[in-house]
Design a binder for this molecule. Structure first.
Ligand code: IMP
Length: 196
């Protein structure tokens, strides 16, 4: 069991995610230290990212002494795939990858997609869970472009910067507009304002 005060543990095995969050964290003056910890979590199949995140957070209860959070995300092709892969994003990334998604949408000129991120926090001083959600909307790129980021980044064109995929942005640029960046801003506001 791990125990430390003023440390917030980000439970993740994904270094890309950790580095994005670290970039955001370092820009703020917060009374906490961010640390990565890799613990096996349980991922259920549910209808929403929020439910998956909630279950994942509860699945590690008792294994870390202190405050910790997990983050769960999904890529939703709203048009023409009615939200697929959504909660199946990890599996789809492992199996058919970006090329497979592109094949599914090949016949369509217009696409709509979004990412959702949910940060699920166990805040030890209040012995309570909190959730922060962010979304970013855009399109699916016809070509796989860019070497930054991870996962579906090379095929996502955000509406706000429609000429570049997420993988063509720097971490700071992606964070400024991304689903995770938005969830993170809500999380930070909470940390700054919470009285305990
Ligand atoms: P999870 O939150 O790690 O379960 O993510 C589900 C899937 O979505 C994984 O295959 C990730 O690679 C992908 N994913 C999560 N966040 C992002 C992102 O910010 N950009 C691109 N793909 C992502």
């Amino acid at each position: 069991m791990t125990s430390d005060q003023n440390i917030i543990y980000f439970v993740t095995g994904n270094l890309h995610k950790f580095n994005e969050v670290l970039d955001l964290f370092n820009k703020e003056k917060i009374n906490f230290l961010l640390k990565q910890i890799n613990i096996e979590t349980i991922e259920i199949q549910a209808d929403s990212i929020r439910e998956v995140a909630s279950f994942k957070l509860n699945s590690i209860k008792g294994q870390i002494k202190g405050t910790y959070f997990i983050e769960d995300a999904g890529f939703f092709v709203d048009n023409p795939l009615n939200g697929f892969p959504g909660v199946y994003s990890s599996y789809v990334m492992k199996t058919i990858r970006n090329k497979g998604i592109q094949r599914l949408i090949d016949d369509f000129t217009k696409t709509q997609a979004h990412f959702t991120s949910v940060i699920a926090l166990y805040f030890q001083p209040l012995n309570k869970n909190f959730f922060f959600e962010g979304n970013v909307y855009g399109k699916v790129s016809k070509t796989i472009r860019g070497s930054g980021g991870f996962g579906f980044d090379p095929i996502f064109l955000p509406n706000i910067k429609p000429n570049k995929t997420f993988a063509e942005l720097t971490t700071t640029e992606k964070n400024r507009i991304s689903h995770r960046g938005q969830a993170w801003k809500k999380f930070l506001t909470f940390l700054k304002e919470i009285k305990y």
